[in-house]
Design a protein around this ligand. Structure first.
Ligand SMILES: C[S@@+](CC[C@H](N)C(=O)[O-])C[C@H]1O[C@@H](n2cnc3c(N)ncnc32)[C@H](O)[C@@H]1O
Length: 223
């Protein structure tokens, strides 16, 4: 079936260059909710996926090749797309409203995906995850710790979707104004009941795309 035609007047493009010189072209909407643009935490996380911890063409190391990945609150889908171009089998998830943008960006970047794969699904945090099981090797999420009401459901989704072998990689921007510190504290309080976390130091992140107020965590189940 032919791919649907894209109405380019609705979008403006952000380009993210990969280390191999290929460029991810991410369409962002002029009008829409928070998920319609690429957030800085998404760029930091996408570029982290290319660091030597995971991917080193000179030694043949590729932790993404053939691995299953679920992205939560994917927005434009840039982080999941990066993982798919590195060889992972990715499902990017977000609310119903973001599905057309996710599919547009998948279509736009399909030629960069060779051994990997990517598709989009609806997942509202706290709701049934059975379509996404068995637990993936990785759960990735960028800038998802920001909305007070969704913190409990988000941690619930992490519990339902992860298994003992799942690595959760969470990147978030630390915001000091308003309710943000409280929201972050609540997330970590709930998280520590079932998970352990490790902060990734800046020297293990991409040398260019990192920032003192953007943190990357590796999270695993306690059991
Ligand atoms: C700040 S945006 C980040 C988007 C993208 N990860 C990025 O960093 O560019 C937060 C994302 O979480 C999604 N989101 C918010 N509440 C959600 C919920 N209850 N269930 C699923 N997704 C949710 C939004 O639709 C949005 O795409």
């Amino acid at each position: 079936m032919a791919a649907p035609e894209i109405d380019n007047s609705k979008y403006f493009v952000r380009e993210i260059e990969k280390n191999d010189g290929c460029v991810l072209r991410m369409k962002q909407c002029y009008i829409g909710d928070v998920g319609c643009v690429v957030w800085d935490a998404a760029i930091v996380l996408a570029k982290y996926l290319e660091t030597k911890t995971f991917y080193d063409p000179s030694t043949g190391v590729n932790m993404w090749c053939g691995r299953t990945v679920v992205e939560l609150g994917a927005g434009t889908g840039v982080v999941g797309l990066m993982a798919a171009t590195l060889g992972a089998h990715v499902i990017v998830t977000d609310l119903e409203d973001l599905q057309s943008l996710l599919n547009v960006n998948i279509q736009e970047n399909q030629t960069l995906i060779q051994s990997g794969s990517i598709s989009a699904k609806v997942l509202k945090w706290g709701e049934d995850v059975s379509e996404l099981l068995p637990p993936p090797h990785y759960i990735i999420m960028a800038d998802c710790i920001y909305y007070e009401q969704s913190i409990g459901p988000l941690v619930e989704t992490l519990k339902q979707l992860s298994g003992p072998e799942t690595s959760i990689i969470c990147c978030y921007e630390q915001r000091t104004e308003g309710v943000n510190p409280e929201v972050e504290n609540k997330f970590f309080e709930l998280l520590q009941q079932n998970f352990i976390r490790e902060t990734i130091p800046s020297d293990k992140q991409d040398p260019e795309f990192s920032s003192p107020d953007i943190h990357i965590l590796h999270i695993r189940r306690k059991d």
